[in-house]
Design a protein around this ligand. Structure first.
Ligand code: SAM
Length: 272
Protein backbone atom coordinates (compact mmCIF):
# COMPACT_ATOMS: atom_id res chain seq x y z
CA UNK A 1 0.00 0.00 0.00
CA UNK A 2 2.66 2.61 0.89
CA UNK A 3 4.28 1.85 -2.47
CA UNK A 4 1.08 2.67 -4.31
CA UNK A 5 0.62 6.05 -2.63
CA UNK A 6 4.25 7.01 -3.42
CA UNK A 7 3.70 6.30 -7.11
CA UNK A 8 0.50 8.28 -7.07
CA UNK A 9 2.12 11.38 -5.60
CA UNK A 10 5.01 11.13 -8.09
CA UNK A 11 2.48 11.06 -10.92
CA UNK A 12 0.82 14.17 -9.56
CA UNK A 13 4.10 16.06 -9.33
CA UNK A 14 4.83 15.25 -12.98
CA UNK A 15 1.43 16.52 -14.11
CA UNK A 16 2.05 19.89 -12.41
CA UNK A 17 -0.79 22.25 -11.58
CA UNK A 18 -4.13 22.87 -13.24
CA UNK A 19 -4.83 26.34 -14.71
CA UNK A 20 -5.59 29.03 -12.13
CA UNK A 21 -7.74 30.71 -14.77
CA UNK A 22 -8.67 30.03 -18.38
CA UNK A 23 -7.11 32.31 -20.99
CA UNK A 24 -7.36 32.92 -24.72
CA UNK A 25 -4.40 31.15 -26.35
CA UNK A 26 -3.44 29.31 -23.14
CA UNK A 27 -0.85 26.56 -23.63
CA UNK A 28 -1.53 24.37 -20.57
CA UNK A 29 -3.21 21.53 -22.46
CA UNK A 30 -0.65 21.38 -25.27
CA UNK A 31 2.51 21.77 -23.21
CA UNK A 32 3.20 18.11 -22.29
CA UNK A 33 2.19 16.88 -25.76
CA UNK A 34 3.84 19.41 -28.04
CA UNK A 35 6.63 21.39 -26.41
CA UNK A 36 10.04 20.20 -25.14
CA UNK A 37 10.53 19.80 -21.40
CA UNK A 38 12.60 22.49 -19.68
CA UNK A 39 16.34 21.85 -19.60
CA UNK A 40 17.00 24.50 -16.95
CA UNK A 41 15.99 25.05 -13.35
CA UNK A 42 14.70 28.51 -14.23
CA UNK A 43 11.74 29.08 -16.54
CA UNK A 44 10.85 32.52 -17.86
CA UNK A 45 7.53 33.18 -19.58
CA UNK A 46 7.94 36.73 -20.91
CA UNK A 47 4.39 36.78 -22.37
CA UNK A 48 2.80 35.09 -19.40
CA UNK A 49 -0.99 35.10 -19.82
CA UNK A 50 -2.14 32.11 -17.76
CA UNK A 51 1.41 30.64 -17.80
CA UNK A 52 0.38 27.32 -19.34
CA UNK A 53 3.98 26.09 -19.67
CA UNK A 54 5.17 27.04 -16.17
CA UNK A 55 2.11 25.39 -14.62
CA UNK A 56 3.44 22.02 -15.79
CA UNK A 57 6.75 22.55 -13.95
CA UNK A 58 5.72 24.61 -10.91
CA UNK A 59 8.68 23.62 -8.72
CA UNK A 60 11.22 25.33 -10.99
CA UNK A 61 12.27 28.96 -10.44
CA UNK A 62 9.52 30.67 -12.36
CA UNK A 63 9.49 34.27 -13.62
CA UNK A 64 6.42 35.58 -15.37
CA UNK A 65 6.41 38.83 -17.29
CA UNK A 66 3.10 40.27 -18.43
CA UNK A 67 2.33 43.74 -19.74
CA UNK A 68 -1.39 43.64 -18.93
CA UNK A 69 -1.82 44.95 -15.36
CA UNK A 70 -5.00 42.92 -14.89
CA UNK A 71 -3.34 39.61 -15.75
CA UNK A 72 -0.22 40.47 -13.73
CA UNK A 73 -2.47 41.60 -10.84
CA UNK A 74 -4.26 38.25 -10.79
CA UNK A 75 -0.91 36.44 -10.61
CA UNK A 76 0.34 38.69 -7.78
CA UNK A 77 -2.87 37.96 -5.89
CA UNK A 78 -2.59 34.19 -6.43
CA UNK A 79 1.03 34.16 -5.29
CA UNK A 80 0.15 35.77 -1.93
CA UNK A 81 -3.44 34.67 -1.20
CA UNK A 82 -4.27 32.15 1.53
CA UNK A 83 -6.24 29.05 0.50
CA UNK A 84 -8.93 29.96 3.08
CA UNK A 85 -9.44 33.35 1.41
CA UNK A 86 -10.08 31.70 -1.96
CA UNK A 87 -12.61 29.33 -0.39
CA UNK A 88 -14.43 32.30 1.19
CA UNK A 89 -15.00 34.09 -2.16
CA UNK A 90 -18.75 33.82 -2.78
CA UNK A 91 -20.41 32.27 -5.81
CA UNK A 92 -21.94 34.71 -8.26
CA UNK A 93 -25.75 34.72 -8.24
CA UNK A 94 -27.47 34.95 -11.63
CA UNK A 95 -28.40 38.62 -11.28
CA UNK A 96 -25.03 39.70 -9.80
CA UNK A 97 -21.85 41.14 -11.29
CA UNK A 98 -18.40 40.77 -9.74
CA UNK A 99 -18.75 44.35 -8.43
CA UNK A 100 -21.40 43.02 -6.04
CA UNK A 101 -18.87 40.73 -4.38
CA UNK A 102 -17.16 42.26 -1.35
CA UNK A 103 -13.68 41.18 -2.38
CA UNK A 104 -10.56 42.97 -3.60
CA UNK A 105 -10.23 44.03 -7.24
CA UNK A 106 -7.74 41.27 -8.08
CA UNK A 107 -10.10 38.63 -6.72
CA UNK A 108 -12.89 40.15 -8.82
CA UNK A 109 -10.68 39.79 -11.88
CA UNK A 110 -9.92 36.17 -10.98
CA UNK A 111 -13.65 35.40 -10.66
CA UNK A 112 -14.24 37.33 -13.91
CA UNK A 113 -11.91 35.03 -15.83
CA UNK A 114 -14.06 32.10 -14.72
CA UNK A 115 -17.35 33.53 -16.00
CA UNK A 116 -16.63 32.41 -19.55
CA UNK A 117 -14.04 30.16 -21.18
CA UNK A 118 -10.89 31.12 -23.07
CA UNK A 119 -11.24 34.88 -22.62
CA UNK A 120 -8.46 37.46 -22.78
CA UNK A 121 -9.94 39.72 -20.10
CA UNK A 122 -12.22 39.16 -17.12
CA UNK A 123 -15.99 39.47 -17.47
CA UNK A 124 -18.28 41.25 -15.05
CA UNK A 125 -21.23 38.84 -15.24
CA UNK A 126 -21.87 35.21 -16.12
CA UNK A 127 -21.76 34.24 -19.80
CA UNK A 128 -24.66 32.38 -21.42
CA UNK A 129 -22.46 29.30 -21.35
CA UNK A 130 -22.07 29.54 -17.57
CA UNK A 131 -25.77 30.27 -17.11
CA UNK A 132 -26.67 27.15 -19.11
CA UNK A 133 -25.08 25.08 -16.28
CA UNK A 134 -24.05 22.40 -18.78
CA UNK A 135 -20.50 22.28 -17.37
CA UNK A 136 -20.71 23.69 -13.84
CA UNK A 137 -17.17 22.57 -12.92
CA UNK A 138 -15.73 24.77 -15.69
CA UNK A 139 -17.01 28.05 -14.24
CA UNK A 140 -16.70 29.90 -10.93
CA UNK A 141 -18.04 27.67 -8.19
CA UNK A 142 -17.06 25.19 -5.47
CA UNK A 143 -14.91 22.95 -7.65
CA UNK A 144 -12.87 25.78 -9.15
CA UNK A 145 -12.35 27.38 -5.71
CA UNK A 146 -11.21 24.08 -4.26
CA UNK A 147 -8.69 23.53 -7.10
CA UNK A 148 -7.25 27.02 -6.78
CA UNK A 149 -7.09 26.84 -2.98
CA UNK A 150 -5.26 23.52 -3.13
CA UNK A 151 -2.62 24.96 -5.46
CA UNK A 152 -1.73 28.46 -4.26
CA UNK A 153 0.87 27.20 -1.78
CA UNK A 154 2.77 25.66 -4.72
CA UNK A 155 3.49 29.03 -6.38
CA UNK A 156 4.75 31.14 -3.43
CA UNK A 157 8.22 31.21 -4.98
CA UNK A 158 7.01 32.43 -8.39
CA UNK A 159 7.91 35.97 -9.42
CA UNK A 160 5.68 38.11 -11.61
CA UNK A 161 6.68 41.35 -13.31
CA UNK A 162 4.16 43.73 -14.78
CA UNK A 163 6.17 45.06 -17.69
CA UNK A 164 6.91 44.55 -21.36
CA UNK A 165 9.21 41.69 -22.28
CA UNK A 166 11.67 44.37 -23.39
CA UNK A 167 12.02 45.49 -19.76
CA UNK A 168 12.17 42.02 -18.24
CA UNK A 169 15.01 42.25 -15.74
CA UNK A 170 15.83 38.55 -15.95
CA UNK A 171 16.84 38.86 -19.57
CA UNK A 172 20.47 37.84 -19.14
CA UNK A 173 19.75 34.79 -17.03
CA UNK A 174 20.30 31.27 -18.32
CA UNK A 175 16.86 29.73 -18.43
CA UNK A 176 14.26 27.89 -20.39
CA UNK A 177 12.40 30.68 -22.19
CA UNK A 178 8.86 29.86 -23.21
CA UNK A 179 7.97 32.73 -25.52
CA UNK A 180 4.32 32.83 -26.54
CA UNK A 181 3.55 36.35 -27.82
CA UNK A 182 0.23 37.44 -29.33
CA UNK A 183 0.28 35.79 -32.76
CA UNK A 184 1.29 38.23 -35.46
CA UNK A 185 -1.81 37.65 -37.60
CA UNK A 186 -4.37 36.47 -35.04
CA UNK A 187 -3.30 38.13 -31.82
CA UNK A 188 -5.51 41.22 -31.76
CA UNK A 189 -7.88 39.88 -29.10
CA UNK A 190 -5.67 40.87 -26.19
CA UNK A 191 -5.81 44.28 -24.60
CA UNK A 192 -2.09 44.40 -25.43
CA UNK A 193 -2.17 42.59 -28.76
CA UNK A 194 -0.07 42.01 -31.85
CA UNK A 195 -0.49 45.60 -33.08
CA UNK A 196 1.94 46.84 -30.44
CA UNK A 197 4.60 44.17 -30.96
CA UNK A 198 7.56 44.76 -33.29
CA UNK A 199 8.18 41.20 -34.49
CA UNK A 200 11.53 41.97 -36.06
CA UNK A 201 12.80 43.22 -32.70
CA UNK A 202 11.17 40.27 -30.97
CA UNK A 203 12.94 37.82 -33.31
CA UNK A 204 16.32 39.33 -32.44
CA UNK A 205 15.41 39.23 -28.75
CA UNK A 206 14.40 35.55 -28.95
CA UNK A 207 17.65 34.64 -30.71
CA UNK A 208 19.72 36.39 -28.07
CA UNK A 209 18.25 34.63 -25.00
CA UNK A 210 20.66 32.62 -22.91
CA UNK A 211 19.62 28.96 -22.60
CA UNK A 212 16.80 26.98 -24.17
CA UNK A 213 14.32 29.01 -26.21
CA UNK A 214 10.89 27.82 -27.32
CA UNK A 215 8.86 30.28 -29.42
CA UNK A 216 5.20 29.75 -30.33
CA UNK A 217 3.38 31.13 -33.37
CA UNK A 218 0.66 30.34 -35.83
CA UNK A 219 0.92 29.14 -39.44
CA UNK A 220 1.97 31.92 -41.82
CA UNK A 221 4.27 33.76 -39.43
CA UNK A 222 7.78 34.23 -40.80
CA UNK A 223 9.59 36.49 -38.32
CA UNK A 224 11.56 33.39 -37.29
CA UNK A 225 12.12 30.21 -39.36
CA UNK A 226 9.18 28.43 -37.74
CA UNK A 227 8.40 24.76 -38.27
CA UNK A 228 5.02 23.10 -38.23
CA UNK A 229 3.98 21.65 -34.91
CA UNK A 230 0.41 20.38 -35.02
CA UNK A 231 -3.23 21.02 -35.57
CA UNK A 232 -4.57 22.29 -32.29
CA UNK A 233 -8.17 22.57 -31.28
CA UNK A 234 -8.90 26.03 -29.89
CA UNK A 235 -11.48 26.78 -27.19
CA UNK A 236 -13.90 27.86 -29.86
CA UNK A 237 -13.58 24.49 -31.64
CA UNK A 238 -11.72 25.89 -34.62
CA UNK A 239 -8.53 24.30 -35.89
CA UNK A 240 -5.41 26.31 -35.46
CA UNK A 241 -2.14 25.27 -37.09
CA UNK A 242 0.59 25.92 -34.57
CA UNK A 243 4.24 26.42 -35.50
CA UNK A 244 7.27 26.78 -33.27
CA UNK A 245 10.95 27.69 -33.21
CA UNK A 246 13.62 26.16 -30.96
CA UNK A 247 16.99 27.77 -30.36
CA UNK A 248 18.74 24.41 -30.24
CA UNK A 249 17.58 22.87 -33.53
CA UNK A 250 20.85 23.56 -35.27
CA UNK A 251 22.98 22.19 -32.50
CA UNK A 252 21.10 19.17 -31.25
CA UNK A 253 21.97 15.90 -33.01
CA UNK A 254 18.84 13.94 -33.89
CA UNK A 255 19.68 11.26 -31.33
CA UNK A 256 19.08 13.71 -28.49
CA UNK A 257 15.41 13.61 -29.34
CA UNK A 258 15.47 10.13 -27.85
CA UNK A 259 17.64 10.76 -24.79
CA UNK A 260 17.93 14.15 -23.08
CA UNK A 261 21.36 15.80 -23.40
CA UNK A 262 23.74 15.59 -20.47
CA UNK A 263 24.14 18.61 -18.21
CA UNK A 264 27.62 19.34 -19.60
CA UNK A 265 26.40 19.11 -23.18
CA UNK A 266 23.64 21.55 -22.36
CA UNK A 267 26.12 24.06 -20.93
CA UNK A 268 28.01 23.98 -24.23
CA UNK A 269 25.02 25.05 -26.28
CA UNK A 270 25.61 28.41 -27.91
CA UNK A 271 23.08 30.85 -29.14
CA UNK A 272 22.40 31.21 -32.85
C1 SAM B 1 -0.59 34.27 -26.37
S1 SAM B 1 -0.80 35.07 -24.81
C2 SAM B 1 0.15 34.02 -23.75
C3 SAM B 1 -0.60 32.77 -23.38
C4 SAM B 1 0.15 31.93 -22.39
N1 SAM B 1 1.22 31.18 -23.01
C5 SAM B 1 -0.80 31.00 -21.66
O1 SAM B 1 -0.52 29.79 -21.56
O2 SAM B 1 -1.82 31.49 -21.19
C6 SAM B 1 0.20 36.50 -24.97
C7 SAM B 1 0.28 37.38 -23.73
O3 SAM B 1 1.29 38.36 -23.93
C8 SAM B 1 0.88 39.58 -23.31
N2 SAM B 1 1.68 40.65 -23.94
C9 SAM B 1 1.42 41.36 -25.07
N3 SAM B 1 2.43 42.21 -25.35
C10 SAM B 1 3.37 42.05 -24.37
C11 SAM B 1 4.65 42.60 -24.12
N4 SAM B 1 5.19 43.54 -24.91
N5 SAM B 1 5.34 42.19 -23.04
C12 SAM B 1 4.82 41.24 -22.20
N6 SAM B 1 3.60 40.66 -22.39
C13 SAM B 1 2.89 41.05 -23.46
C14 SAM B 1 -0.61 39.63 -23.55
O4 SAM B 1 -1.24 40.49 -22.62
C15 SAM B 1 -1.00 38.16 -23.37
O5 SAM B 1 -1.33 37.91 -22.04
Amino acid sequence: MPRKSKKKSQGKAHAGLRPFFGYYGGKWRDTPRLYPSPEFGRIVEPFAGSAGYALRYPDRRITLCEIDPVVAGVWRYLIRVKPSEILRIPDLETDQTVDDLKICEEAQWLVGFWLNRGVSRPRKSASDWMRSEIRPGSFWGARVKSTIASQVDSIRHWVVRNCSYTDCRDFRREATWFIDPPYQAAGQHYKFGSGAVNYEDLAAWCRSRNGQVIVCENEGASWLPFRELSDTKTTRKRRSKEVYWLSNWNRKPKATNVAPPSASARRGVEQS
